[in-house]
Ligand binder design. Structure first.
Ligand SMILES: Cc1cc2nc3c(=O)[nH]c(=O)nc-3n(C[C@H](O)[C@H](O)[C@H](O)COP(=O)(O)O)c2cc1C
Length: 337
């Protein structure tokens, strides 16, 4: 996979699932990261071909929950992001998905207590030897690109030194979120600090932080010198940020609903993503927000957005059942590979 001159959808927990990644790609994202999935979780999963939907699913054996869903259409642009704190475990987990994705990324930026206490995410930033072990293990044993996503350290020198060490492992690119671990999302991203990393490395650096409209792709490139740019919240609020002309938010939201129906997306994640979109533009206290909050199934979501006929047509084709009678959790999986 080529990492230069790319517009990149950032990894986002609960948001960066198949319908949202395809949505971003439709509007012009070149590379789409999945939400972070922890290696421990992957090790309890098996890979299944879902003939009903046409997807490849990574399914938790005990619960039958779909932990990661992908499809052929995104095969060359989807990046699987993993949370890990151990090289051997990371490799075992990556081996389960590497046939179905374009690259593997290791999350080294998550500041949440859950990640840090498990030695993952931003906890790795202070352990360069462990970073080296994890990345070289993945790099040597996988035949797809390996990357990582970091935050800024407390001094420019520390950030640059770490980035240089990461480059030596042979990774294909590094994404740099222009905030420190102690910064909050409302604190401004520091683009000029990212520029120091870009200057110090030969591999592509993907600049991340505070891209909220199409023009910002140009602005962040100009300040950082990075040719590739990653965007999280700007895409969550309107995934058409990747196209110069943009698309009205209402239309983007409807397209997301249709893709969620098409890919039989998990209702919890569908609701979460829709609520985040709605909250940014209006309020969850208005009728649409209240209806989404109350919804329990994709049928409810289809009704809110006037997509009953679409829902019916998709599911009639698949299962020969009529509107309202399909329980998506009753799908049985095809061949387990
Ligand atoms: C809802 C949400 C979920 C996120 N989940 C992840 C994640 O799974 N892995 C990760 O590395 N970063 C995650 N992040 C951080 C983003 O990838 C990104 O680095 C950060 O939001 C800064 O980019 P932005 O200013 O474009 O939002 C998440 C951010 C948001 C808003």
């Amino acid at each position: 996979m080529e990492y230069r001159n790319k517009l990149v959808l950032a990894p986002m927990v609960r948001v960066g699932t198949l319908p949202f990644r395809l949505l971003a790609a439709q509007y012009g994202a070149d590379i789409t990261y999945g939400e972070e999935i922890i290696d421990h979780k992957l090790l309890k999963c098996e890979r299944c071909i879902n003939d009903v939907i046409g997807s490849t699913d990574i399914v938790e054996k005990s619960t039958k929950n779909v932990v990661f869903r992908t499809c052929e259409q995104e095969r060359n642009q989807v990046v699987f992001q993993m949370g890990t704190s151990d090289a051997v475990r990371a490799l075992k987990a990556a081996e389960l998905v590497c046939k179905d994705v374009a690259a593997i990324d290791v999350n080294m930026g998550c500041p949440k207590a859950f990640s840090i206490s498990g030695g993952m995410g931003a906890a790795l930033l202070t352990k360069p030897d462990l970073i080296h072990d994890i990345l070289t293990m993945l790099k040597r044993n996988l035949c797809i690109p390996v990357t990582c996503k970091i935050r800024l350290l407390n001094s420019t020198q520390d950030t640059v030194e770490l980035a240089r060490r990461i480059e030596k492992t042979g990774v294909s690119a590094v994404a740099v979120h222009g905030r420190k671990v102690s910064d909050r999302p409302r604190d401004p991203a520091n683009w000029s600090e990212i520029a120091h990393v870009v200057d110090a490395l030969s591999i592509p650096v993907i600049a991340n932080g505070d891209v909220f409209q199409y023009q910002d792709f140009h602005n962040i490139r100009a300040v950082t010198g990075a040719s590739s740019v990653m965007v999280a919240r700007g895409a969550l609020w309107n995934a058409s940020i990747f196209s110069p002309q943009g698309t009205p938010f209402e239309e983007v939201k409807r397209e997301y609903v249709r893709k969620s129906i098409l890919w039989d997306h998990d209702i919890k994640s569908t609701k979460y993503t829709l609520k985040e979109m709605i909250m940014h533009y209006t309020s969850l206290e208005l009728p649409e927000g209240k209806a989404v909050t109350k919804s329990e199934t994709l049928v409810d979501i289809a009704r809110i957005y006037g997509e009953e006929k679409y829902y019916e047509s998709i599911n009639t084709k698949r299962c020969g059942v009529t509107f309202g009678s399909l329980n998506s959790r009753e799908y049985s999986y095809g061949e387990v590979l």
